[in-house]
Design a protein around this ligand. Structure first.
Ligand code: ADP
Ligand code: MG
Length: 365
């Protein structure tokens, strides 16, 4: 069991990296606490597998350190790190039975036979592999093989951490949901640090207590699913989380207002200090869920054109145009849909300001 700490870690697959884009992992310092259930979430190519392989020791980082419970393990081989890793595609010994596949890591550790039997049966129960325990792995379906592969990661209770790299990719959607719940149960039972890589926000938020959202080789936010939704720390978090993602609009700041096209939106004064005018990359963001449609004009409402309504069952997504900007608005199914024109408001609490893509926090001083 271990806390995993990454210190000033960076990795490039190139011999002579020079610019930020040459790095698959850009300088990061990050701690995965002992016993946490974490998701590492991000789009394809953002560096998730690279980071996982550095933690497990399959890959040596170009810069920085990996520490387990304060011990520097950067130079250690994978088998010296006591980590279990489950990959996207099953890794099983086809000629062995399911039982022998699951027992293999334990026999290597010279566990006594009775203990091996007990652990293998326990994991086979959890993963519902009991019926196939004595079948040879090459006779299994893709789903079953991946379950065996996961079982080989889960069977040891002495590991420092278990790393999952998109393990449910080949699994049937119905079973996916079930297996994710099982993983969560295993996590609760054994209190092992787990890092679960996925590009699917739903998968991340159903498995993890905390999500690390990765973008271009960096963790741009580490927080609960609710924090990522309500307080996106970076415009990419706003865009990537949510369906549809956050409305993000480039603006200029004039006094305490955000201005785009001919639209002037007053901002919370606590967000503005003298630093704001320095950047020419200023954006405001508000989630479709937090834009309000009101019945009549008011001091803080904006008149827009309604250009599209998408009915998604339990809710609707309106597309409106304000200035030259398209804005998505989520309304409930029983809310009446305005025709042609709508008045919308941007509740101050939910209107976020981003400078150079990062969230500006309220200045409470
Ligand atoms: P993810 O798992 O998030 O999809 P990866 O860690 O696989 O991302 O890849 C991150 C970046 O590093 C990508 O730009 C990818 O093309 C590059 N990359 C991954 N593996 C290698 C490799 N073995 N050699 C060179 N570049 C690689
Ligand atoms: Mg990957």
């Amino acid at each position: 069991m271990a806390e995993i700490r990454l210190e000033a870690l960076a990795h490039s697959y190139l011999d002579k990296p020079s610019k930020a884009h040459d790095y698959a992992i850009r300088a990061m310092t990050h701690t995965w606490e002992q016993g946490g259930a974490y998701a590492l979430l991000g789009p394809s190519g953002c560096g998730k597998s690279t980071l996982l392989n550095i933690i497990s020791g399959l890959l040596q980082p170009s810069e920085g350190k990996v520490k387990f419970n304060d011990k520097d393990v950067t130079g250690l081989q994978p088998d010296e790190r006591n980590i279990a890793q489950v990959f996207q595609f099953p890794v099983v010994y086809d000629s062995m039975t399911v039982f022998d596949n699951l027992a293999f890591p334990l026999r290597n550790l010279k566990y006594p036979k009775a203990k091996i039997d007990k652990k293998v049966n326990e994991i086979a129960d959890v993963l519902e592999l009991r019926d196939v325990l004595h079948r040879r792995a090459n006779n299994l379906t893709a789903d079953e093989k991946q379950k065996v592969s996961m079982g080989r990661g889960l069977v040891r209770d002495d590991v420092s951490a278990i790393l999952f790299d998109e393990p449910l990719t080949v699994i049937d959607p119905h079973l996916k949901w079930k297996l994710r719940r099982k993983l969560k149960q295993i996590h609760e039972k054994f209190n092992i640090t787990m890092v679960y890589v996925t590009h699917d926000q739903l998968e991340a938020s159903t498995f993890a207590d905390k999500i690390a959202l990765m973008y271009q080789g960096q963790i741009v936010q580490f927080g609960t699913p609710q924090e990522l939704f309500e307080q996106p720390a970076h415009t990419f978090v706003g865009y990537f989380i949510g369906s549809p993602g956050m409305n993000i609009i480039e603006v200029a700041i004039e006094q305490y207002n955000a201005v785009f096209d001919d639209v002037v939106i007053p901002l919370n004064a606590a967000l503005i200090d003298d630093g704001v005018t320095i950047s020419n990359n200023i954006k405001i963001g508000i989630r479709p869920e937090f834009v309000e449609v009101v019945d009549a004009a008011s001091a803080d409402s904006y008149l827009c054109d309604v250009v599209d309504v998408e009915n998604l069952g339990t809710y609707k997504i309106l597309t409106v145009v304000l200035g030259r900007q398209q804005i998505k608005v989520r309304i409930s199914e029983d809310q009446s849909v305005p025709i042609d024109k709508a008045y919308i408001t941007f509740p101050e609490k939910y209107l976020k300001l981003y400078i150079d893509e990062y969230l500006v926090k309220e200045n409470i001083a």
